[in-house]
Ligand binder design. Structure first.
Ligand SMILES: [Zn+2]
Length: 126
C-alpha cells in the first residue's frame, strides 16, 4: 500500500475534498463513470473507491489505473460475502497488487449490516 502524497493528478493546492469512501466500481456508474470522475476532477475532488470482493476489487484497481492520480483503489471483503475460498482469492489479489492499492477497506467491522450470529463469525474471521 502507498500514500497519496505527491501522487495526485489534481494540483495539491486545488484539492478541496478527498472522498475516502466511494464505490465507483458499482454498476450504477457503468453509464457515466468517466463523466462523474471528470466532474470530480474539475471540482478538486480525488476519490478512494473500495471494491468489495475480488471482482469489484479488480474493477476498482482498473478504474484507478485509468484515472491515475485522480482515483485510488482499495479492496475489502464484507462479512456478508465471506467464505474461505473468496477470502483467499482477495488476500492473494491484495498481496499481488499492494504497490498500487492504497488500503484495505470494509472488512470485518460491519455492525450495521451484520446482525446474524453466523455472519458475526465471518466478521471475526476477516
Ligand atoms: Zn462502502
Amino acid at each position: 500500500m502507498h500514500s497519496l502524497q505527491g501522487k495526485t493528478a489534481v494540483d495539491a493546492s486545488k484539492i478541496l475534498y478527498v472522498d475516502v469512501h466511494c464505490h465507483l466500481e458499482d454498476p450504477e456508474f457503468d453509464e457515466d463513470r468517466d463523466e462523474v470522475i471528470q466532474e470530480a476532477k474539475n471540482n478538486g475532488i480525488i476519490c478512494i473507491t473500495c471494491g468489495l470482493g475480488l471482482k469489484k476489487g479488480k474493477l476498482s484497481l482498473d478504474i484507478s489505473r485509468k484515472h491515475k492520480g485522480q482515483i485510488f483503489a482499495c479492496v475489502g471483503m464484507p462479512p456478508y460475502s465471506y467464505n474461505e475460498n473468496n477470502f483467499s482469492e482477495v488476500i492473494e489479489f491484495l498481496r499481488k497488487n499492494s504497490a498500487e492499492l492504497v488500503g484495505i477497506g470494509e472488512v470485518g467491522l460491519d455492525f450495521y449490516w451484520v446482525k446474524e450470529k453466523t455472519k458475526e463469525k465471518n466478521r471475526r474471521n476477516i
